[in-house]
Design a protein around this ligand. Structure first.
Ligand SMILES: Cc1cc2nc3c(=O)[nH]c(=O)nc-3n(C[C@H](O)[C@H](O)[C@H](O)COP(=O)(O)OP(=O)(O)OC[C@H]3O[C@@H](n4cnc5c(N)ncnc54)[C@H](O)[C@@H]3O)c2cc1C
Length: 164
């Protein structure tokens, strides 16, 4: 299957994706098993912040905010990359529709409003590719990186504003 022209790492990703299901998902693996982590760890995000001190946690509980944006983000990406890694090599029409629908539902219901709005634009510019396991995994890595780059740009511009 030809790879989309937008992906400069296409040959590498294709090779990795071909093996990703076997390597990523180990049936006997526990939740902490490194094999459950995405193979293509090409995050451009800054390292995760250290856990907040107890006072901040208390405040968070008081405001009844169950999870931070980062926590929801990491959990969501983990779920999506795992779904993509398990996606069939030859999906049925229904499975292809489900993958597309899942991404569009996330763009509508994602619990960070600003993220959801941006993700709608990401999907418009990069329609879901779910013709096979490799295609869906590569597409997901690509859009994950689009989101990563936006966050970095935002952090940089905030840093520059603070400098001025
Ligand atoms: C659909 C969606 C939209 C989002 N939009 C925004 C937004 O607009 N603004 C905002 O501030 N936050 C947004 N987030 C949250 C944000 O993407 C991160 O989840 C959050 O900032 C925590 O980042 P992190 O550095 O821990 O790694 P995450 O980006 O959460 O990634 C988790 C892990 O996945 C792996 N990974 C990273 N990149 C890739 C990749 N390209 N391919 C495969 N694996 C990878 C790495 O091992 C990484 O540690 C969004 C999340 C989702 C699911």
């Amino acid at each position: 299957m030809p790879l989309p022209s937008w992906n400069p790492l296409a040959p590498v990703l294709q090779t990795v994706a071909a093996f990703s299901r076997q390597l990523l998902i180990a049936p006997e693996a526990g939740p902490e098993d490194h094999r459950l982590r995405p193979l293509l760890s090409v995050s451009l995000s800054l390292p995760a912040a250290p856990p907040p001190p107890p006072e901040v946690l208390k405040e968070k509980d008081a405001n009844a905010a169950p999870l931070t944006k980062e926590e929801v983000g990491r959990a969501t990406w983990m779920l999506l990359h795992t779904i993509a890694a398990q996606f069939p090599d030859e999906p049925t029409r229904q499975q292809k529709r489900d993958a597309k629908e899942l991404m569009h539902i996330i763009s509508r219901l994602y619990p960070c409003k600003e993220c959801a709005e941006h993700f709608k634009e990401v999907l418009k510019a990069n329609p879901v590719q779910a013709g096979s396991q490799a295609e869906f995994s590569q597409w997901l890595c690509y859009v994950h990186n689009v989101v990563n780059r936006r966050i970095i740009r935002k952090i940089r511009s905030q840093g520059q504003k603070e400098e001025n």
